[in-house]
Unconditional design. Structure first.
Ligand code: SF4
Length: 339
């Protein structure tokens, strides 16, 4: 074993024993790991995943309950009214949302997330008809399925977070998307701090945070590492890693897709920085990783979004289950970190 690999192995041992990777060490990983060493780094991260998280892969599905015509200008998103290309529709009927939850359950999802376009509930009146309908849909999902309802409804006030928790929402998605430094380059209609404030409101209400970001928007390794450290500081429980699948018509539509080995390196570094967190493969998995997507599950991933994404298609859930079986893994409830 060469000296660098020995050092990496020792870092892995330290993290398995309860330690964490520092910012400087993470930056060193990006500078010293040669392309032919990425799979060794993945193996170290996978050893940490096995020791700190176990073999279960937490499976969730999402539905876009309200699409397009969004006031915000997120450069990666085809739902923005500033560069629209996604379908536009209002809030889906409750019966349709519940039917989708049942289909997700049948496909093997443990969680089902109601996702809406828009800056957030915070800008609706406290008792808006939409919020009331969403709470009703959550109640019906709980009554008629075993899946746990999650939401991603943008910014929420402390009071709305409490109402969601009382309705049975245990986890809420609100991505940081990138570092504080890089965020203004992709969104200018709201701030990174707005997103942090919402995560704090959710956590204060007793709701688990699901928050991650997008890799491949032109951010630096420092930005990726700083996002991971911000998520660590916020004690976010579940971290979706999206790999930019450039959407035609958006400002990032012409960006080249990330190299799959760079994506693997990012996943592995996230696992070493966030050893006990639920690290979730999300949008762009199939488009960016292609035939290498199984390797992400051997680089630190312990959760996956299955089925379709918000505006793009995913591979059939049967293909995901077959991939997990080939790796000796299976869907279930991954352990939730408690600190
Ligand atoms: S990511 Fe969300 S807030 Fe941003 S434009 Fe898309 S739907 Fe709107």
């Amino acid at each position: 074993m060469v000296a660098w690999e020995e050092e990496l192995t020792q870092w892995g041992d330290r993290i398995i024993a309860g330690g964490c990777l520092t910012r400087d060490e993470a930056l060193t990983l990006t500078q010293r790991t040669q392309p032919e060493e990425v799979l060794f780094l993945c193996a170290v991260a996978d050893r940490v995943r096995q020791a700190r998280c176990g073999a279960v892969v937490d499976l969730c599905s999402i539905t876009n309950i309200k699409s397009g015509a969004c006031s915000e200008n997120c450069s990666f998103c085809s739902q923005s009214a500033h560069h629209p290309s996604a379908p536009i529709y209002g809030l889906k009927p409750t019966a349709e949302i519940v039917a989708e939850a049942k289909a997700a359950e049948a496909a093997g999802a443990q969680r089902f997330c109601l996702v809406s376009q828009g800056r957030g509930l915070k800008y609706n009146s406290p008792k808006s008809a939409e919020f009331t309908q969403i709470l009703d849909a959550i109640a019906r999902i709980q009554a008629e399925t075993q899946v746990q309802p999650c939401c991603a409804l943008g910014e929420v006030t402390a009071e709305q977070a409490i109402a969601l928790r009382e309705a049975g929402v245990t986890r809420y998605n609100h991505n940081l998307e990138s570092s504080a430094a890089f965020y203004p380059q992709v969104v200018s209609s709201h701030t990174w701090q707005d997103r942090v404030d919402t995560i704090r409101n959710l956590k204060a209400a007793g709701i688990q945070a699901c928050s991650g970001g997008i890799i491949g928007m032109g951010e630096s390794w420092e930005d990726r590492i700083d996002m991971a450290l911000a998520l660590r500081d916020l004690a976010v429980e579940s971290i979706p890693i999206n790999l930019l699948n450039p959407r035609p018509g958006t400002p990032l539509g012409d960006r080249p897709k990330l190299d799959p080995y760079e994506a693997l390196q990012a996943i592995a570094i996230f696992r070493l920085l966030l050893p006990d967190r639920i690290l979730r493969y999300a949008g762009g998995r199939e488009a960016v990783m292609g035939e290498l997507q199984a390797l992400g599950l051997q680089a630190g991933i312990n959760a996956m979004l299955i089925g379709n994404y918000l505006t793009t298609l995913g591979q059939p859930p049967e293909a995901d289950h077959a991939m997990l079986a080939r790796l000796g893994r299976q869907g279930g409830n991954a352990p939730v970190p408690t600190t």
